[in-house]
Design a protein around this ligand. Structure first.
Ligand SMILES: [Zn+2]
Length: 336
């Protein structure tokens, strides 16, 4: 890549230095209140020995909290003396959105996880994406990006993994999936979406996992436990922190897949009365909910049905809907 495309983000962290460092990724943000200002995205680099590099990120969307909280605790208590490798932790990748408690950035309305590969000369959100794509991901052998449903959705804690293409990838995925030990894992292929962090990882051949660990702009305690134990398990499996794995035996993992027909969306605006709960096993044609007309409430509500069989993994939090809003989605057990 030619030099004029180098990221405009600078940092007081040295990714090659041994020990634990805390600092900031400084994203230039020149505006009326601050001519020479920058957005200081907090980060930790821990390096010791010759193990692999693992990148852990949260608050790619600013209203999703299990990842950021787990990563915040990990940073503070990091046991460098028994560590081998390099760990880069960024609990709040889209810091302006995290500070505002919103999915997108209040600065530029940027949705970071729809902004890859980013733009060196773009908005703050695009500059963050460009830095992740051109600096952080290329440093990483492994990356995990923690999500949740945000304000508008609620999820059963679920890890999302890429479908492995080769036998070698299958073995590596199996090792790390078992180590993470989530209650359920979805195998998916992004439906062609190439603006997400996972697509950036795939462009650079970085092993990538993501996941949805709660939602409703809260901290889901079950999801937080899954994230905390998952990180410990992965650090153990990569020999970065041997013995860090939870002592309990690994959970049985329900393996699922998701396809476009598993999503349910609102055909019209109104007030959504769901007729399912998270975890329900449903069948195609079953009523997912009713949408009531707020202006002519005496009219029959519009029925919304599921298009496929499966388990309800995700449900909308807001009752008020507009056409095209996601009402929830299912997962289908993976064929053995
Ligand atoms: Zn998200």
């Amino acid at each position: 890549m030619s030099s004029f495309q180098h990221s405009l983000v600078n940092t007081n962290l040295d990714f090659e230095k041994d020990g634990v460092q805390y600092g900031a990724l400084r994203v230039p943000y020149s505006h009326d209140r601050s001519a020479y200002g920058y957005v200081p995205i907090p980060a930790m680099v821990a390096k010791r020995g010759d193990g692999p590099t693992l990148l852990l990120t949260g608050a790619n969307h600013g209203d999703e909290y299990e990842g950021p909280v787990a990563l915040t605790n990990l940073m503070r208590e990091f046991p460098i003396d028994s560590f081998n490798g390099r760990l880069i932790v960024v609990p709040a990748l889209n810091l302006p959105a995290y500070l505002a408690g919103t999915r997108t950035s209040p600065i530029d309305h940027g949705n970071l996880n729809r902004s890859f590969p980013g733009n060196r000369n773009g908005t703050v959100t695009e500059i963050i994406a460009h830095y992740v794509e051109t600096v952080l991901i290329p440093l990483a052998d492994y990356a995990i990006d923690f999500h949740a449903g945000g304000s508008s959705l609620n999820y059963l804690p679920t890890l999302f993994v890429d479908r492995p293409a080769t036998l070698e990838e299958t073995h590596r995925l199996e090792r790390l999936l078992t180590a993470f030990s989530p209650p359920r894992a979805i195998y998916w292929d992004y439906f062609g979406e190439d603006r997400v962090l996972g697509a950036a990882a795939s462009r650079h051949k970085t092993f990538f996992m993501t996941g949805e660990f709660g939602g409703g702009a809260t901290v889901n305690l079950d999801g937080l436990k899954v994230v905390r134990e998952g990180i410990a398990g992965v650090l153990g499996a990569l020999n970065m922190l041997p013995g860090s794995e939870p002592s309990e035996p690994a959970r049985s993992i329900r393996r699922l897949e998701v396809q476009p027909e598993h999503y349910v969306s609102a055909p019209c605006g109104g007030i959504f009365e769901p007729r399912f709960r998270l975890g329900d096993e449903v069948t195609a044609g079953q009523l997912a909910g009713l949408i009531h007309d707020p202006v002519t409430p005496w009219r029959e509500p519009v029925s919304v049905e599921f298009n496929a069989d499966g388990v309800a993994l995700c449900i909308r939090t807001f009752a008020l809907v507009q056409p095209g809003d996601c009402l929830g989605h299912l997962g289908r057990d993976l064929a053995a």
